[in-house]
Every structure is written in structure tokens, then in C-alpha cells.
Design a protein around this ligand. Structure first.
Ligand code: UT7
Length: 378
């Protein structure tokens, strides 16, 4: 029997540290101003981890909310995926710490794809659900990116902030949930945004610290151009792959890096800016937590409701990018999504007819063999 399964977002939660670092505060630390940061990025403030905040503790705080919204417990989970570039330790994986702290009894792994991490993780989780292997997966995006930020470098320190967001992805027989996705990588852009030392190629040493090589280095303008081009392209490809057009999408959630990048991408796609969600003014770029944090806040603010179609896209170090189209909730399927269901139905029909031909050929094989041998004897 062919059984269609869908991967739905059934729970969500967030954790942001209490400490707020404003543009005004930064202007006391480096040669910058609220005016420069606001006009060039749209960011007004960001959160910085408190003394007791770790990637694991922040993930757990966000996950507990997500489990509660989904109405399940950690024991119900089949898998945990944590997307981050700032884990508690190089080893072990922070996902195992999260699994233990939540009291879950399942597999757990971390995934690194820079700021695209959570979208990569959501797509990965969906595959376990589509295949029928798992039913309930926790997907977290968390970042204490401030640990890798050089607070003497005005070109990067104004951009980033710390946060965590978690989602529960569950299997369903009802159409909806993750409709389409695109994952991308272009390692040729590795040096656009990287941390020179601290990896196995160049382990930490006194020289590293003297030259501040343990911090993020970034070619802002190249990242900017890459981001505008890639956001609009990947959004569109995922939307078309779902059998939809940008007009069908209720809300766009782009990576929250820079308001100018988002506005330029929206212009390229000819999407009105009021259909594009932004919360970067309050958090800056929270890397792997950026897209899920925006999604959680869009739900909390009533900008995303049951049945809505949301397109999400992130870009990050690597360079990487990832986009996904999701139908929220479990209620009525929109007309637009019915088109997607028709495409799936055609695909299923093709798969079924292939299976019928295979079965018929297998059944007829002994007869063919018998006839062939009889012909040979003659
Ligand atoms: O997940 C992806 C993460 N990264 C990004 O999304 C970053 C993408 N890039 C950007 O958002 C922008 O390139 C930045 C916001 C980083 C920079 O904006 P920009 O308009 O590209 O500025 P710029 O690099 O061309 O610099 C213009 C001037 C320079 O001064 P000079 O050389 O013209 O005298 C910079 O030194 O602005 C200066 N500048 C600053 N001035 C005040 C750079 N950072 C600052 C600052 N405050 N914080």
C-alpha cells in the first residue's frame, strides 16, 4: 500500500537572553553610531548571552516550549537535530547534551550550515518523516555567536546577536506541512565569512589570540551581493517546485541579516514588503536561530495562521543557502496547495504504474523463460 506522509510543524518556542546590547551601547565600544547601524542594517539592538546561558541551556528552554505547544513530552521524540555554529564544546555534539537535559530517549546530532542551519535541519527532519522512519522530531536553531564576534571590529560586531528557537516536526496523513525545499552550497565563497583559527587546520595558539584570529572575518559587500541574489533565487525555486507562485505565499520569512538585503530581495521577487516578516531590528543576525525565531514571533503576532503558506529562506557561511515552503497547521488545504497535491497525485500515479509493470514483468518471467528454452530446443 502506498501511504503518503506529511511533515508538519506542530510546536514552536524561543529563548532570547535578557541582556540587550543597543546601538548606543556599541557606539561607546567602537567608532560607530546608531544612525550608521540603523540606516545600513535596520538593526537597533541585539541580545547577548548572560553568564549562565549556553547553547544547550538556551536550546532546552526553547524546546520545552515547543514540546508544550505540540502537546508531547521529550520521551515521545524519535530524533533531535540541533543546528548551530557555536556549540558548548567542539566535542561532544550539543544535540546529545540537549537530549540528556530534556530527558529524551532518542538519537541526536548537530548540523553545521552557518545561518542556513535550521532550514537544512528542517529539511533533513522531513526526510525521516517522509520515509516513514520517524514520527516526531525536535529541530532547534541556536547560536551564541557573540563568542566568535570581535567587539573591537565595527564592521562585524554591530550585526550579530544570540538566540535559540525550537520546532517540533510531526508526521501526518493530512496534506500540508513541508511542501518543497532547496539546499545549496558554494564553497568557493568560503572566505567571504569565516573564523581563521581554532579549527584543525590552524589550532588555537597565542598568536591566534594576539592577532584576534579566533573571531569572524567577513567580506561584507560580497556577502551582501551573494545574499540578495541567492535569497530571491532560492525563494522562487522552492515556491515553483511546490507548484505555487510568489503571489500564493502568505508570508515570506528571510534570514534576518540586514533590512537592505531583505528589501532588495523582495524587490527582485516583486513581492510587497508587507508580506515579508522582519524582526532583525530587535535581535540582529542570530545565525541558525534567525529564521525559526522569526517564524515563532510571526506566529505569536498572528501573522501566520493555520493553513497559511510560508516561504522561508536563509543564507550563511559556507556559503550555504536553504529555502523551504511550508503550509502551517492542519486546517483546510488552500486551492493553491491543491495544485501541489495534483502534482503529487500525478507523481504517485506514475510510481504506481511503474510498480504494476514491474510486478507483471516479474510474474511473466517464468513463462518467458519456458518459451525461450522451448524455442532453443527446436
Ligand atoms: O548571515 C550573513 C551575515 N553577514 C551579512 O549579512 C553581512 C552582509 N553585508 C552587510 O550587511 C553590509 O555589507 C555591512 C552592513 C556589513 C556594511 O555595509 P556597507 O554599506 O556594505 O558598508 P561598507 O562595507 O561599504 O563600508 C562603508 C564605510 C566604510 O568606511 P570607508 O572605508 O568608506 O571610510 C566602513 O569602514 O562604512 C564603514 N563602516 C562603519 N562605519 C560606522 C563599516 N562598519 C561601520 C560601522 N559604523 N559599524
Amino acid at each position: 500500500m502506498i501511504h503518503e506522509r506529511y511533515a508538519k510543524i506542530t510546536g514552536w518556542g524561543k529563548y532570547v537572553p535578557e541582556h540587550v546590547l543597543t546601538n548606543q551601547d556599541l557606539s561607546q565600544m567602537v567608532d560607530t553610531s546608531d544612525e550608521w547601524i540603523t540606516t545600513r542594517t535596520g538593526i537597533k539592538e541585539r541580545r547577548i548571552r548572560g553568564e549562565h546561558d549556553t547553547a544547550s541551556s538556551m536550546s532546552v528552554a526553547a524546546s520545552e516550549q515547543a514540546l508544550e505547544v505540540a502537546g508531547i513530552t521529550a520521551k515521545d521524540l524519535d530524533l533531535i537535530i540541533v543546528a548551530t555554529s557555536s556549540p558548548d564544546y567542539l566535542l561532544p555534539s550539543v544535540a546529545s547534551q540537549v537530549q540528556d537535559m530534556l530527558g529524551a530517549e532518542c538519537g541526536a546530532f548537530s548540523l553545521v550550515a552557518g545561518c542556513s542551519g535550521w532550514v537544512y535541519a528542517l529539511t533533513t527532519a522531513s526526510q525521516f518523516i517522509f520515509s516513514g522512519m520517524y514520527n516526531r522530531i525536535l529541530v532547534v536553531g541556536v547560536e551564541i555567536i557573540s563568542f566568535a564576534v570581535d567587539f573591537t571590529d565595527r564592521t562585524t560586531c554591530v550585526l550579530f546577536g544570540d538566540a535559540a528557537a525550537a520546532t517540533v516536526i510531526e508526521a501526518s496523513d493530512e496534506p500540508g506541512g513541508v511542501l518543497s525545499y532547496e539546499l545549496g552550497s558554494d564553497g568557493a565563497g568560503a572566505m567571504y565569512m569565516y573564523v581563521p583559527d581554532g579549527g584543525s587546520t590552524s589550532p588555537l595558539a597565542q598568536k591566534t589570540i594576539d592577532e584576534r584570529r579566533q573571531y569572524i572575518r567577513m567580506d561584507g559587500q560580497n556577502v551582501f551581493k551573494f545574499a540578495v541574489r541567492t535569497l530571491s533565487g532560492s525563494f522562487k525555486r522552492s515556491i515553483y517546485q511546490a507548484g505555487l507562485t510568489p503571489d500564493d505565499i502568505d508570508l515570506f520569512i528571510p534570514h534576518q541579516a540586514n533590512a537592505r538585503i531583505i528589501e532588495a530581495a523582495a524587490r527582485h521577487m516583486r513581492v510587497p514588503i508587507d508580506k515579508v516578516y522582519m524582526n532583525l531590528e530587535r535581535y540582529g543576525n542570530t545565525s541558525a536561530a534567525s529564521v525559526p525565531l522569526a517564524m515563532v514571533e510571526a506566529i505569536e503576532e498572528g501573522r501566520l495562521k493555520d493553513g497559511d503558506l510560508v516561504a522561508m529562506c536563509a543564507i550563511g557561511a559556507g556559503m550555504t543557502w536553504a529555502s523551504v515552503v511550508v503550509q502551517m497547521g492542519t486546517s483546510e488545504i488552500s486551492a493553491a496547495h491543491s495544485l501541489f497535491s495534483m502534482a503529487r497525485a500525478r507523481h504517485l500515479a506514475r510510481r504506481t504504474s511503474d510498480a504494476v509493470v514491474d510486478t507483471a514483468q516479474s510474474a511473466l518471467l517464468p513463462l518467458y523463460t519456458f518459451l525461450y528454452q522451448r524455442r532453443k530446443k527446436k
